[in-house]
Ligand binder design. Sequence first.
Ligand code: GAR
Length: 203
Amino acid sequence: MKRLAILLSGRGSNFRAIYEAISNGDISNAEIALVISDKKEAKGLIFAKEKGLDARFVNPKDFESREEFDKYIVDLLRGKEIDLVCLAGFMRVITPYFVSAYRNRIINIHPSLLPSFPGLNAQKQALEYGVKITGCTVHFVDEKVDHGPIIIQAAVPVLENDTVETLSDRILKEEHRIYPQAINLIVNDKVEIVGRRVIVKEN
Ligand code: GAR
């Protein structure tokens, strides 16, 4: 069994999709061993507590720097013997200290087809740019924001009458599909990183 940690800041719908995929067997060989939120009132944190998971609020204000915060998080992860860290709407840039402590063992979901539209408000950026196709990306996390090797992407059309909300909803459905899929591949040792490329290994 691989032990997952979920880091989130808000609604937690990707976390729920992961939770459900574990419950229904779409993700095998994994359990959620820890949920961390940097926001006390995050819906995802409340859901985790309802499900009886080890769910912790870590207040950034209690730390003098981003590195001190990340050191505390890394200690928590090590204490729980976490194998894979899943950022799921965790709206903080993580420090190089954290990345190197868990190199190639941190993944993220981002609501655009990277390398297009990194950073905040990716769906709004896509709409304003006028692209006809956008989507979402699950990728390994490296030192640069929204940059590491890409595991899975899904494409979504941009429709003429889309608003940020309608486009975000369409992308979110795909996020909920590909994030569990990517986790299932990783925890079952089906992916290999070769340079910037992620190769999915056959049986
Ligand atoms: C998701 O759309 C995720 O892709 C995005 O935040 C949302 C979190 O929703 N993440 C980023 O923009 C990271 N740069 P959720 O809390 O319902 O999973």
